[in-house]
Design a protein around this ligand. Structure first.
Ligand SMILES: [Zn+2]
Length: 406
């Protein structure tokens, strides 16, 4: 087997949560490039077979994990206006027949490399190759974000190392990417986002079962799985609707004031303009077989968003053709999901309507491949359907929100 493919297998064993991303990244030989490897913004990894052939397997494993990290962490998207350039010396390890030369590169590229390498060193529990820059060499703390490293390096003006890389590190296309990559399919932005979410979920699972995930990587995974739906806005609109349909006396009776403790827990996330009554919210999660792991991860992230928007406890139900779990939670980490069968969200809605007292706002998170009741259950003040699949079905009597992967 070719050395680089062996290294990819090695990388998959050492960081199992990166396996899917490593498999998705085509390895494209390109003897023209002046350093071992670089990934472009379309998820294609180019490598110089002549350089790679001379490196120990351990180094190639490190390089592949480094490149896939650029891809997953979206360094090209995150660069923003960080355009500072620095003069560096290109080391002769990669071109021994030529004398070292000065080159101008982006400071952002170095900042990204420091962030990646710091996490990789911990992930692999070994010292990286000598030519790999680490934050400690510049007096900087480990496991920080590239944004933080960029600001520090810019302020302190240190003697900096060379960084190779591809367009995935900074968004600027490299000369070989179009030509050497012409035969290879480009990953779309949506595919990249999906890969990021799957990997983030794998990292959090790995953390739960094995525990050993580098701090920077964990923080990244938690951020990726953060809610995307503007719940404050949507809940506020639904409440207004519920108000129109409910008598004032009922509203006064059902909407309780938050306890002191809840007010503290709520922190900054309290619904603006809704100081006092906090709506009672129930969330039903579709756990039928058609819901992918990714869609369930979205559901959990969005429950987190609802909790933040409200700053108080909510009831979470999960079910497929029947309701399997019903919990009152303040923290998503406590959610237990069960299901896997066919789909009928009518039963989850029925269970929410039968709650005593019933919720002011019911949220159903589903792919939408389910029968719905012909009318809104009258006990529920307002119903929001969050579709994890844009082609799914949402009844006309509910507020439809589509989860957009972009
Ligand atoms: Zn890099």
């Amino acid at each position: 087997m070719e050395k680089i493919r062996l290294a990819r297998l090695d990388a998959m064993t050492r960081a199992p949560y990166y396996a899917q991303a490593l498999a998705a990244m085509p390895l494209i030989p390109n003897p023209e490039m002046p350093f071992p490897a670089g990934v472009d913004k379309w998820g294609r990894c180019f490598y110089n077979p002549n350089i790679v052939e001379k490196l120990p397997l351990r180094d190639i494993t490190f390089i592949l994990l480094h490149e896939v990290s650029h891809l997953l962490r979206g360094h090209d998207r995150r660069r923003g206006g960080r355009d500072a350039l620095v003069q560096v010396t290109v080391p002769d390890e990669f071109s021994p027949d030529k004398p070292p030369k000065q080159q101008t590169i982006l400071l952002w590229n170095i900042a990204c490399d420091l962030a990646i390498n710091s996490d990789l060193r911990e992930m692999l529990a070994c010292e990286p190759p000598a030519y790999v820059p680490l934050p400690e060499a510049f007096g900087l703390p480990p496991h920080r974000t590239p944004e933080e490293y960029y600001d520090q390096l810019l302020k302190e003006g240190k003697q900096l190392p060379f960084s190779g890389g591809g367009s995935c590190a900074d968004g600027d296309p490299r000369p070989w990417e179009e030509e050497a990559g012409s035969e290879y399919r480009k990953m779309t932005d949506v595919e990249r986002k999906m890969l990021e979410r799957t990997t983030a979920r794998e990292i959090l699972n790995h953390k739960k079962t094995r525990g050993d995930v580098p701090a920077g990587l964990l923080r990244w995974a938690e951020e990726v799985l953060n809610p995307k739906i503007p719940w404050q806005q949507i809940l506020r609109a639904s409440l207004r609707l519920a108000l129109q349909m409910t008598s004032v006396s009922k509203v006064d009776y059902t909407w309780r004031r938050p306890s002191r403790r809840e007010a503290v827990m709520g922190g900054d996330f309290r619904l603006p303009g809704l100081q006092a009554p906090i709506p009672r919210v129930a969330v039903g999660i579709d756990t039928s077989g058609s819901m992918s792991d990714r869609e369930l991860a979205v559901a959990i992230a969005e429950v987190k968003g609802i909790l933040r928007a409200l700053g108080t406890e909510i009831t979470v139900l999960s079910g497929d053709v029947e309701v399997h779990t019903k919990q009152v939670i303040r923290d998503v980490a406590r959610i237990k999901l069960a299901g896997g069968g066919g789909t009928d969200m009518r039963n989850i809605l029925k269970a929410m309507a039968e709650m005593s007292p019933p919720p002011d706002v019911a949220v159903v998170i589903t792919d939408g491949y389910t029968p719905w009741p012909p009318t809104r259950p009258p006990q529920l003040g307002a119903v929001i359907v969050l579709l994890t699949d844009p082609d799914g079905d949402c009844p006309a009597w509910a507020k439809k929100v589509v989860y957009d992967e972009r």
